[in-house]
Design a protein around this ligand. Structure first.
Ligand SMILES: NC(=O)c1ccc[n+]([C@@H]2O[C@H](COP(=O)([O-])OP(=O)(O)OC[C@H]3O[C@@H](n4cnc5c(N)ncnc54)[C@H](O)[C@@H]3O)[C@@H](O)[C@H]2O)c1
Length: 438
């Protein structure tokens, strides 16, 4: 069976199904299409299926021209009809893995899409889970659903885990050139999954099991979460001592070995770093282990929006203004600069905390003309214009996202107070306002 699949992969005769056409699934679909495969993108959201059908991209940093070319080339189509899974030789699952209300893993998307796959599973298929999750998900949660059909791996089908590594908006790294770690639940599965990815991406890194692959992704994200927490804590400490953490980091960066720069901010955002580490802490408890670094990093990072608001209150106070009734403008809803992704963005919490203190809050973000309701927040606001005149009407401007547009000094010609969480603001010559780093 494996040999047959390998031959078909080599000859580009395999049809690749990708379940979930979001930030991870869509670029992956394009990479396989561009490598010469027939690709079917499955999504439960009819609006996304319709947009892809028209050859449109709903994610700004994924060019509409690539989607249009893939659709027009006739090798890529999107559908909400899971019966088409039957025609796929490989099925890659890229659905969300959020946290529940008590910060516990919510595997419902993975389980639901695996059930869709199981209902159409046929001998010879390769299934790969890509969603970030705790070690053991592929063999303890996914495999039993697939094997409940009566088919077994590796005899009838193959099963692996391969984590996605995306850095949205990064012009240097994209799906094709980012090395792909792959681990199967058995050797035959690893072999088949390695062959599939090697046909589409530049470098594949096989590991000994799905669990190692799952853990690799968690290590990468926990590494970021812990280091960001460290610089956030140092920011607050140095700030109390009158030392600029940004200048310290720039100086430390000149060390040619043994130091990796991380930058402080208003709190964590995005689908990965604020959530994924807790998948491991939840699973670790099953083994009687307490992942203290993860918890501590979570505690420091989730405090940051509060810190930014405290700094804003104090700065307004120095100007003789109360936060109650103050007009405050928050710059940026995206969780990082120059992308249109606002998932888990700390900006929403900052807006809500400022409102709780009685401030009148507006926001400006060219990527979000209207603030969308999210899982936890619904601020019901529209973006104000991004110009100096509009900014001048506020008692404080809080920069939460370092979008390129916000780096123009001219924007701050008439602002009274800027609270800068990203070291992004420079005042133009002659400006009378001030910048407080937070
Ligand atoms: N966004 C990133 O930068 C990134 C990076 C690495 C890993 N990941 C991981 O990849 C996974 C997917 O993340 P994402 O950012 O692509 O999420 P996303 O929300 O952008 O996309 C998920 C898509 O799956 C669809 N979907 C949900 N349930 C479905 C179902 N049962 N059947 C078919 N489609 C379904 C949704 O409509 C959505 O379009 C997560 O586990 C995430 O942690 C994300």
């Amino acid at each position: 069976m494996v040999n047959d699949l390998l031959q078909r992969i080599h000859a580009r005769q395999t049809t690749v199904g990708i379940v979930g056409q979001g930030y991870v699934g869509l670029p992956l679909a394009l990479v396989f299409t561009e490598a010469g495969f027939r690709v079917i993108g499955f999504d439960s959201d009819p609006a996304k299926v319709a947009a892809l059908g028209r050859g449109e991209s709903y994610i700004k940093h994924i060019g509409a021209d690539r989607v249009a070319a893939a659709v027009q080339g006739g090798r890529f189509r999107a559908t909400g009809d899971f019966d088409d899974l039957r025609t796929c030789d490989a099925v890659l699952i890229c659905v969300p893995t959020p946290l529940g209300r008590h910060r516990e893993p919510d595997l419902s998307y993975v389980v639901n899409s695996t059930r869709e796959v199981a209902a159409r599973l046929r001998p010879g298929q390769l299934v790969v889970l890509e969603s970030t999750t705790y070690p053991g998900t592929t063999d303890e949660d996914v495999q039993p659903i697939l094997e409940a059909t009566g088919l077994a791996t590796p005899k009838d089908f193959l099963l692996a885990f391969s984590p996605e590594r995306e850095d949205p908006g990064n012009p240097t790294f994209h799906t094709k050139i980012i090395p792909k770690v792959v681990g199967g639940v058995n050797q035959a599965s690893t072999e088949a999954a390695v062959a599939l990815y090697a046909a589409a991406v530049d470098r594949v890194v096989p590991v000994s099991s799905a669990r190692v692959a799952e853990s690799t992704k968690l290590l990468e994200n926990i590494f970021r979460s812990v280091n960001i927490a460290l610089v956030n804590e140092l920011k607050m400490t140095f700030d109390r001592m009158g030392i600029d953490v940004w200048e310290v980091i720039e100086a430390a960066k000149t060390k040619p070995f043994g130091f990796t720069p991380f930058y402080p901010g208003p709190g964590l955002g995005g689908h990965c770093i604020p959530l994924d580490p807790f998948y491991l802490s939840w699973k670790a408890a099953e083994y009687g282990m307490w992942t203290r670094f993860i918890e501590l990093a979570g505690e420091v990072n989730t405090h940051m929006p509060h810190y930014v608001v405290e700094r804003t209150v104090a700065a307004l106070n120095e100007d003789g203004r109360a936060i109650k009734g103050a007009r405050v403008l928050v710059l940026g809803l995206s969780y990082k600069e120059d992308i249109d992704d606002d998932r888990e963005s700390p900006s929403y919490e900052i807006i809500e905390l400022l409102r709780e203190r009685g401030a009148q809050v507006d926001y400006c973000d060219p990527f979000f003309p209207v603030a969308r309701p999210g899982r936890r927040h619904d601020v019901q606001l529209r973006s104000i214009d991004c110009d100096a005149g509009a900014f001048a009407g506020y008692d404080a401007v809080v920069l939460s996202t370092g979008h390129s547009q916000f780096r123009d000094p001219a924007l701050y010609a008439q602002t009274r107070l800027v609270v800068d969480t990203r070291n992004a603001v420079r005042l133009p010559e002659g400006a009378t306002g001030r910048v407080v780093k937070a």
